[in-house]
Ligand binder design. Structure first.
Ligand SMILES: [Cu+2]
Length: 239
């Protein structure tokens, strides 16, 4: 009788555990919000691509530098928002590669976050050569020429680092590789918004990084499947 009771108890505890896991598995909490600036951002400079006609032709309206990309309502794009403390490092890198494409003598996207040892695919979609050169200091620095029509190549970075990237052929081309320890990251879009989803309950430090305005952090505690809203406001550097 006693054994039977124990069995029933174990079975119900087991069933409860399965039920609890099922409840917790799909969601977790969410941190979302907006990145804005105050002050006057430096005016972006028009890019003269006349030396590379194949690229110039791709921009009927001349483009500008993308160091600071803003939207209506003082919103700030291209800010990497990521969990810098409180989450475990990814045990294995995400299986899907991150891609940077050189097109119209621009880097698409302008800011490229990735996880340590995640595959980074470099694509040249132009009919001219590019020379992609990440100026890494903690990771190995490399410098690769990519003539038109050559297939994409893959690289990866073994350590977390913010890496400025340039093209040795076109001085106006620059990008940033942001190598992070976990996949809890987002890049603020044109309207400054970002979302970090699927965060298990816990206390986190969230960092927002901008290539010209530096970084800010905020602590956020997530309980259950709630959504917490936070805001980052950067001081724009003037002209
Ligand atoms: Cu180039």
């Amino acid at each position: 009788m006693r054994v039977k009771l124990k069995l029933i108890l174990i079975t119900s505890v087991g069933a409860f555990a399965v039920w609890a896991v099922t409840l917790a598995a799909p969601g977790g909490g969410t941190v979302s919000g907006k990145v804005t600036y105050e002050g006057t951002p430096a005016r972006q400079k028009p890019i003269d691509m006349s030396k590379e006609p194949a690229c110039a032709q791709q921009h009927p309206t001349p483009i500008t530098t993308e160091t600071v990309v803003v939207g209506p309502g003082n919103t700030l794009a291209n800010v990497v928002v990521y969990v810098s403390a409180g989450a475990p490092d990814d045990a294995t890198p995400p299986t899907q590669a991150v891609t940077i494409t050189q097109k119209g003598c621009q880097y698409l996207p302008h800011v490229v976050p990735m996880v340590v040892n995640q595959e980074l695919k470099v694509v040249n979609a132009d009919s001219n050569s590019h020379n992609i050169h990440p100026l890494a200091k903690i990771n190995n620095e490399w410098n690769k020429s990519q003539p038109p029509g050559t297939p994409p190549f893959s690289e990866k970075f073994a350590k977390p680092e913010f890496i400025p990237v340039k093209c040795n052929i076109h001085p106006w081309m620059h990008s940033s590789f942001v190598v992070l320890k976990n996949s809890h990251y987002a890049v603020s879009s044109g309207d400054g918004s970002f979302t970090l989803a699927n965060l298990p309950a816990g206390k986190y430090t969230v960092t927002a990084w901008h290539e010209a305005y530096g970084e800010q952090t905020q602590d956020v505690t997530i309980a259950g499947s709630e959504t917490k809203t936070i805001a980052f406001v950067f001081k724009a550097k003037p002209y």
